[in-house]
Design a protein around this ligand. Structure first.
Ligand SMILES: NC(=O)c1ccc[n+]([C@@H]2O[C@H](COP(=O)([O-])OP(=O)(O)OC[C@H]3O[C@@H](n4cnc5c(N)ncnc54)[C@H](O)[C@@H]3O)[C@@H](O)[C@H]2O)c1
Length: 320
């Protein structure tokens, strides 16, 4: 697959386009406004400059990657020769359905359409499409150019050949794809995340810990381990008899609420939205942008470490 088109140039779209470009693949990125494209170009350039500073790319790699990106506001021009279209426009079902209807009128029958949706099932996304069998979900995580995982989600109509091609493409852009065996709301990661957040919110509500205490505890435990040793591997290493008794003792005491906690509703009503309004669980006093830079800097260091470990394990396995 040589011609890739990313629809939407926002938080996710620019990062996904960057992944294709750094993997040596030409990519068209389309948005409705020139200003969105200009912003995307600026963000990609800055992201790649930091990778050069960290010696993850050479200056010429960066220049070549940037030259592989074509920017356009013309939707039909962006998609007409595409082999793979990755839709990353806002999470509004009607907008997504509209755009599929428009692009299906000009693309070839072989073109794959993937959505970066976090919430809509394929059955709803494909309600008005001619070829539902070509649709698939590729769910990236923010920032997509750094977080390794992509959840690939198919439904009963998705052609298996399309699943395989999508998997291979995700590998080619150096992601770690996981194909879900069946479609389920929230996929894998957000289900596990929300289950964990339910308990963390419960601990805050009960006055057991502050938000900051929870962050310190999780960064120093699960956060430290999970980049290299997943939750299931960790149980094997600890011993499953210990896991069984821990689950037996604690499970019955955990929150099983189906309600959003009232403190979270109040925060949102009072415009405490996180860095966007400078106030969330923490106060940002205009250093929200800096918080993103610091996060990305740490993620890049971790990615560099993971890449070097992966290369090492490849060397070991090939010398066996
Ligand atoms: N932000 C996240 O953390 C995150 C994580 C995973 C998945 N997602 C999913 O990715 C998708 C995009 O989210 P985002 O956060 O990048 O949104 P965003 O609002 O930052 O960006 C959306 C972009 O699409 C453009 N756009 C809007 N309507 C369009 C149209 N009709 N045609 C072409 N472009 C259009 C906008 O101008 C903007 O550039 C959503 O489906 C979202 O659920 C987001």
């Amino acid at each position: 697959m040589e011609n890739i088109t990313v629809l939407g140039a926002g938080v996710m779209g620019h990062g996904v386009a960057q992944l294709f470009a750094t993997a040596g693949i030409n990519v068209h990125i389309q948005a409705r406004r020139e200003s969105s494209l200009e912003k995307a170009r600026e963000l990609m350039t800055n992201n790649l400059k930091v990778m050069v500073e960290k010696e993850m790319l050479s200056t010429s790699d960066m220049e070549q990657a940037l030259a592989r990106v074509t920017y356009t506001t013309n939707l039909l021009e962006a998609v007409q020769n595409a082999d793979f279209i990755l839709e990353s426009i806002p999470e509004v079902l009607e907008q997504k359905q509209n755009i599929y209807e428009i692009i299906e009128s000009v693309i070839s029958d072989k073109t794959i359409i993937s959505s970066n949706t976090s919430t809509f099932p394929l059955k709803e996304l494909t309600q008005r499409t001619k070829h539902p069998e070509r649709f698939i979900i590729t769910h990236f995580f923010n920032p997509p150019q750094l977080v390794p995982i992509v959840e690939i989600v198919k439904f009963d109509k998705t052609d298996e050949n399309i699943v395989n091609k999508t998997y291979d493409l995700m590998k080619k852009i150096r992601k770690s794809p996981v194909v879900l065996k069946k479609e389920i709301p929230g996929f894998i990661v957000n289900r596990v995340q929300v289950a964990m957040l339910r308990e963390a919110f419960h601990l805050i509500e009960m006055g057991v810990a502050t938000a900051e205490d929870i962050d310190i505890a999780m960064k120093g435990s699960m956060g430290f381990k999970w980049a290299f040793c997943g939750p299931m591997e960790s149980q094997d290493l600890a011993g499953l008899q210990t896991t069984k008794s821990m689950v037996e003792k604690i499970m019955e005491d955990l929150s099983n609420t189906r309600e959003v906690p009232s403190f979270l509703k109040e925060m949102v009503e009072n415009d405490q939205l996180g860095i966007r309004t400078n106030q969330g669980f923490y106060n940002y006093d205009d250093h929200g942008e800096q918080a993103i830079h610091t996060r990305d800097d740490h993620f890049l260091d971790l990615l560099k470490l993971q890449n070097s470990k992966e290369n090492k394990s490849k060397i070991i396995s090939s010398s066996k």
